[in-house]
Design a protein around this ligand. Structure first.
Ligand SMILES: [Zn+2]
Length: 379
C-alpha cells in the first residue's frame, strides 16, 4: 500500500510529538493546605519543579512540613524554582525555613515590595532574602515573560501591577463579561501587594492551569477587558484564597474552567457572593476546596467528598447558615474576631495529574476520592 506523502508526514510528526511528550508521564500539581495561605507545587513531566509560595509558616514548622511532604511524594530532591507571587506573609512566611531544609536553585519574584508600610516584608527583603539566593539564582519576572521549565509552557500574565498586552494562544477575543463589571472603589483592601501578584498560565500539551496569586478585582478587569488575553482553562486555582475582593465574573466566567480549586482557610474565603460566582461559571464541572469554610455553611459548601481538610476537632454537624464574615476579611489581624478553630494536625492536599492530551485527574488526599476529566474534543 502506498501512503500519500502528506499522510506520511502527518504520521511522522505525530510520532515525533508523541515521543517528545513521553506518553504516560504526567504534569502533577499539589495544592497544599497552608491554612488559607498559598503553597502550590508544580512538577513537570521532565521532573523540573516550581513551588509557588511557601505559606505563612505556622506553629512548629507546620507549613514547611506540609510542603516537604508533597516534595517527598513527588520524588524531588531539590526545588528548581521558587516563585513568590507577592510579598505577603501568607505567601513567603515559610521561605527561610524551607530554604534551610531543601536546596532551592532559583528564586523568582516580581521585584521590590510595593506596599508601604509592610514591615515584615521590608525586613525580610533587606535582611534575609538576599542571603537565601546568594548561593543560587535570583530572577525578577515581568508580565509577558516565560519561565523556562522543561516540558511546560509557563507564561507570566501579571507582575508588579502590569498585565500582558499580547494575547496567549487561544486568547484575544472580546470578553462579554466586561459589560457587567462593577469596579471597587478601593482595590487594595489587603494591601497593595496583592495586585502586584505574579500571575501564571501554565500549559502542558493541551492541558492548562491558571493561578494568579492574590490578584484583585480591578486588576482582573485590567487583565481581562475588553479582550480576554488568556482564553479558557481546564483548572483555575482561585485568586486570593477565594476572598470577595477577587474572583470577578470578568475573570472566572471568561476562563470557563472545568475545575476550580480553592486554596481557602477555615474562615478565609468561601463567602456566599464568591461561591455564587463559581457555581454560575459556564462549563464548571466541579469545585474542590482545601477546607470546609465556616463562611459558606452547608448552604454554599460543596459536598464533603470534594473538601480536603476538616478542623482538628471535627464538628458533629456542618452548620447550615454561613457564618457572618469577620469585620476585616484578612482575619488574622482582626482583633474583634476570635481566631478560627485550629488545624495544626494532619493536613491533606488536592492533587491534579494532567496528561498532554488534556485529560486530567483530581484527587483528594484525605479520602482518596478521585475524578478523571477526559480531554475535551477540539472545538
Ligand atoms: Zn494571600
Amino acid at each position: 500500500m502506498r501512503i500519500p506523502g502528506a499522510l506520511m508526514l502527518g504520521l511522522l510528526s505525530f510520532a515525533v510529538s508523541a515521543a517528545q511528550t513521553q506518553p504516560g508521564r504526567s504534569f502533577d500539581i499539589y495544592v497544599i493546605d497552608v491554612e488559607g495561605g498559598n503553597a502550590t507545587l508544580f512538577v513537570a513531566p521532565s521532573g523540573e519543579s516550581v513551588l509557588m509560595d511557601t505559606g505563612s509558616g505556622g506553629p512548629d514548622s507546620r507549613d514547611v512540613n506540609r510542603i516537604l511532604a508533597a516534595v517527598k511524594d513527588a520524588g524531588l530532591t531539590h526545588i528548581d524554582n521558587l516563585l513568590t507571587t507577592h510579598w505577603h506573609g501568607d505567601h513567603f512566611g515559610g521561605m527561610a525555613e524551607l530554604a534551610s531544609r531543601i536546596e532551592i536553585r532559583n528564586f523568582i519574584d516580581h521585584g521590590p515590595n510595593t506596599q508601604h508600610p509592610n514591615v515584615r516584608a521590608e525586613e525580610f527583603l533587606a535582611n534575609t532574602y538576599p542571603s537565601l539566593y546568594a548561593k543560587s539564582r535570583h530572577t525578577v519576572v515581568k508580565a509577558g515573560d516565560r519561565i523556562p521549565v522543561a516540558g511546560l509552557d509557563w507564561r507570566v500574565v501579571t507582575a508588579a501591577g502590569a498585565v500582558i498586552r499580547n494575547p496567549l494562544p487561544g486568547g484575544g477575543h472580546p470578553n462579554p463579561e466586561c459589560a457587567h463589571f462593577q469596579p471597587r472603589d478601593k482595590d487594595d483592601d489587603g494591601g497593595v501587594e496583592n495586585p502586584s501578584s505574579v500571575g501564571s498560565v501554565v500549559a502542558f500539551g493541551k492541558f492548562r492551569i491558571v493561578h494568579l496569586g492574590d490578584l484583585t478585582w480591578n486588576k482582573e478587569f485590567e487583565l481581562m477587558c475588553p479582550n480576554n488575553p488568556i482564553g479558557t482553562t481546564d483548572v483555575f486555582v482561585v485568586s486570593n484564597h477565594s476572598l470577595v475582593v477577587s474572583n470577578t465574573p470578568v475573570l472566572v466566567h471568561a476562563l470557563r474552567p472545568r475545575v476550580i480549586i480553592m486554596n481557602n482557610g477555615i474562615r478565609k474565603g468561601g463567602r456566599p457572593e464568591t461561591m455564587r460566582t463559581f457555581y454560575t461559571s459556564p462549563g464548571l464541572e466541579n469545585l474542590w476546596e482545601l477546607h470546609f469554610s465556616l463562611l459558606s455553611g452547608q448552604e454554599y459548601s460543596v459536598p464533603g467528598l470534594f473538601i480536603a481538610n476538616p478542623l482538628d476537632d471535627p464538628m458533629s454537624s456542618m452548620p447550615i447558615e454561613p457564618m457572618p464574615p469577620p469585620v476585616d476579611e484578612y482575619l488574622a489581624r482582626e482583633p474583634r474576631s476570635p481566631p478560627p478553630p485550629p488545624h495544626n494536625g494532619n493536613a491533606y492536599w488536592i492533587k491534579v495529574s494532567a496528561q498532554a492530551d488534556g485529560t486530567f485527574t483530581v484527587t483528594n488526599q484525605r479520602n482518596l476520592f478521585s475524578k478523571t476529566y477526559t480531554a475535551r474534543s477540539a472545538p
